[in-house]
Design a protein around this ligand. Sequence first.
Ligand code: DC
Length: 211
Amino acid sequence: MSHLVIAIDGPAASGKGTLSRKLADKLELPHLDTGLTYRAVAHQLLQNGQPLDNEAVAVEAARQVDLSSLDKDVLSDHAIGDAASKVAVMPGVRKALVELQRVFAAQSPGAVLDGRDIGTVVCPDADIKLFVTAYPRERARRRWNEMQLKGQDADFDAVLADIQHRDERDMGRSDSPLKPAEDAYLLDTSEMDIETAFRTALDIVDKSRTA
Ligand code: DC
């Protein structure tokens, strides 16, 4: 297979980001965390004191997103993630960002992209699609642990409520809602550590490539 595109979707804190990075490293493919593109739009609006619900303003910000300068450290802030899920409901914003994401996917020798709508909208013809999920409580536990490690004070119930709220917004929007593509492999990582999830995903990729 000369051009290989792997689409990885799933809800917040499902582990899809870590899994995607590990797969991309192993397969020596470039990786794009498409959540960062929505976060970059939200970040720009927040920085400029602009509203999060004005589509024309948000589309203008989306047109300025540059994939080569997405700074994960800056963009990983919790408030930016929440604002990103608000700007992500706007079709104009999605259209501008999906264009950039498709250019990334088209590069040689291929790419690993992760997000919410990669297998359904961005790359419906991807060679391999994974939908990574885990119970909300388990995802909240992982997020809470991460925050503890960073020394951030966090209330578990608030983290869980936030994850549930984010799920509702991401699954409930009318444009490109979060859902598994019909031909996606479902990977429930609730009972798996990251190494087990990685080996399971790699196995799916290997089997698909030799099929
Ligand atoms: O994966 P993340 O937490 O960085 O994503 C932040 C928000 O961006 C998420 O709540 C919804 C949106 N998003 C999206 O709508 N489509 C994508 N492909 C990726 C992210």
